[in-house]
Design a binder for this molecule. Sequence first.
Ligand code: UDP
Length: 383
Amino acid sequence: MGKERYDFLIVGAGLFGSTFARIASDRGYRCLVAERREVAGGNIRCEEIAGINVHRYGAHIFHTSDERVWAFVNRYAKFNRFTNSPVARYGDRMYNLPFNMNTFYQLWGCKTPAEAKAKLDDERREASVRLKAAGSERPRNLEEQALSLVGRDIYEKLIKGYTEKQWGRRCDELPAFIIKRLPVRMTYDNNYFSDLYQGIPEGGYNPLIERLLEGAEVRLGCDYFGERSELEGIADKIVFTGKIDQYYGYRFGRLAYRSVRFEDEVLDIPNYQGVAVVNYTEREPAWTRIIEHKHFESFGDAVYENGRTVISREYPTEWHEGIEPFYPVNDERNMKLYAQYKQLADGERNVFFGGRLAEYKYYDMAPVIASAMDMADRIAPQK
Ligand code: UDP
């Protein structure tokens, strides 16, 4: 390693690190990005299989209402018109998501918003009586949140099994906010997201990441923890996007993360499930969802241009050393632990923590970018 000096050492070439690197480099700061893996992109990385961009670490669908973020990503990628409309499979029946008029018709035969509202009010009554009896104003966990949002029928068919598989914990031990991501709509609208803008970058996420990293020096296969002594002192400031508990040598204990194992299949048929995402909401099978990747980038008749298709079954598991962390588990125990690490982080003068792993936060892509932009404005301002 030469004697070169950098303004920033950015640990991790995921979306946070790459966004920060791009903005800081554009402003004339010298950036070194150290990435443990042999490839950049973190968990938005794609891999081409059978001519199809496979979302290697699970479906990544870009959606935002933030004009600043949308303008930013559009400088580096062209987004297609993909709209996420996942379907839930419970036993042999299929239900549209998010919970909307199609779902209420499929479940209960409700044809108008008034019919659906009456049924939902009925379904929610049990939860509000129970909350009152418990003397609490607000749902205290995911189960209570789900019951008061949609009632028992939807909770048991479309939420409970899926959520317990996904998080490996009981719904009454999980934080309510996880489920607040799911909208309830009184319209026939299967668009999972309520954002103004949505899409997948044409050609997948890898070109976007490459463009974000232009202008920075990138070292792949460079594990910060293995090369800490060499890397320390190479830059004035560190932007750290890895696991915050690992940064501090796990001194207070380990934060829990969920991971996901993928089983891919290449099939000699052009169209397996007719949609990108099918959620399996019963306890069995053990996978939570099947992703059919071609539907992210081809629509209508174009689906048949490639006679093959790639599907991935997702099996959530608890994270352990040697596999990739995906989701923070923001339950009480872990949030207390995180607060201890956060206190150390807040006391740092030249180390800054950002992204899902370093902030222990269940971030989507757009908020990650917004947060990296904000950090850049703070610590790498326009000169
Ligand atoms: N969820 C559910 N049933 C579904 C889809 C989602 O109960 O069919 C719940 C589940 O608790 C999940 C949360 O909603 O963890 C958020 O789901 P989303 O699909 O937004 O999560 P991600 O794509 O980030 O895994």
